[in-house]
Design a protein around this ligand. Structure first.
Ligand code: GTP
Ligand code: MG
Length: 326
């Protein structure tokens, strides 16, 4: 194994900040050494509780993450925060403010904070997030908090990467309606009405509860917790709700099922990515030219072309794929 990867693995397992930061950068860049790194870290992960924070811009996700860091430390737990911006090709800039808010924890060795973009990762968010979470998990942190910006598919993907998903809204924006529209009712394990120090929090709580009651019957009813990240109000209740959800998932076996499904989906994504890369490489060469000629002349249809190519790239022992394939 590459000596620098060996050192990096040791550093991550020891919880060394610089090693962790480098490892996350490798995820961001889709570094070729990632496969080796992941292979070494995988057996050491799976211990951390993972919590996702999601919601519209500005509702207070980062502020709440900072509150959760405080709550974890009060309870003697170590914690990592990963802020993911799937829309930005760069990390740092846009999220720097978040890190400044976290400054109270910046020198605490039990806390690791990092933002991440996915500029180079082939599988995008869906593959990058679980990989980054695993690094933080393997570093020995008890809790990993993941914040995502924006509403959309990437957000849902990140939600599936964590054990407990918090959907955060703030009062006065008709946020309950937004939640319904965005289809994130389904992904919420706990609803948080943040900025409870502002007017309209009670209405938001009421609307959400109403919506949950009208929703499908499930074995877990997401609680709606009122918080103010500004005053610290409700943070203990939020912590309790997270713990209750975790306990529920453990006793019902949902947690194990969720994790199984997650890792299988990850493998599926990797397979898809590999085959896609092989197909692209094949189409780039003489085979692509042949196919193009056949398609243009209407000798072959796209379905048949795809079926033949899929068959070939799936079984080909050796297809040259510009460095991304083993
Ligand atoms: N009054 C009040 N303001 C809050 C509260 N929580 C956060 N804020 C403020 O709301 C603004 C946005 O907070 P952030 O924590 O950055 O929100 P965010 O959801 O992380 O925002 P993005 O990452 O940009 O989507 C900041 O100015 C915070 O100080 C709260 O509970 N009460
Ligand atoms: Mg934020």
């Amino acid at each position: 194994m590459n000596a620098s990867i060996v050192a990096l693995v040791e550093g991550v397992l020891a919880g060394d900040r610089r090693s962790m930061a480098r490892a996350i950068s490798m995820v961001e860049d889709g570094d070729p050494g990632l496969e080796e790194l992941s292979r070494e870290l995988f057996p050491r992960a799976g211990r951390a509780a993972t919590v996702g924070l999601t919601g519209s811009p500005g509702v207070g996700k980062s502020s709440l993450a900072a509150c959760l860091v405080g709550a974890a430390r009060d309870r003697g737990q170590t914690v990592a925060v990963l802020a993911i911006d799937p829309t930005s090709p760069f990390s740092g800039g846009a999220l720097l403010g978040d890190r400044l808010r976290m400054q109270a924890h910046a020198t605490d060795p039990g806390v690791f904070i990092r933002s991440m973009a996915t500029r180079g990762h082939l599988g995008g968010m869906a593959l990058a997030a679980p990989e980054a979470i695993r690094i933080l998990d393997a570093s020995g942190k008890d809790l990993v908090v993941v914040e995502t910006v924006g509403v959309g598919q990437a957000e849902v993907e990140v939600a599936t990467a964590t054990d407990t998903t918090l959907v955060v809204v703030s009062p006065g924006w008709g946020d309950a309606v937004q939640v319904a529209k965005a289809g994130i009712l389904e992904i919420a394990d706990v609803f948080v009405v943040n900025k409870a120090d502002r007017e309209g929090a009670d209405e938001a709580v009421r609307d959400l509860n109403l919506m949950i009651r009208m929703g499908p019957e499930t074995d877990w009813t997401p609680p709606v917790v009122r918080t103010s990240a500004a005053t610290g109000e409700g943070v203990d209740e939020l912590w309790d709700a997270i713990e209750r959800h975790r306990a529920h998932q453990e006793t019902t076996g949902t947690l194990a099922r969720k994790r199984h499904r997650r890792v299988l989906e990850e493998v599926e994504g990797m397979v898809a990515e590999r085959l896609r890369a092989r197909a692209a490489a094949a189409l780039d060469g003489p085979e692509g030219a042949d196919l193009a000629a056949g398609l243009t002349a209407r000798r072959i249809d796209p379905y048949a072309a795809a079926a033949a190519l899929a068959e070939r790239v799936a079984t080909a022992a050796e297809v040259r794929v510009g460095g991304t394939d083993g």
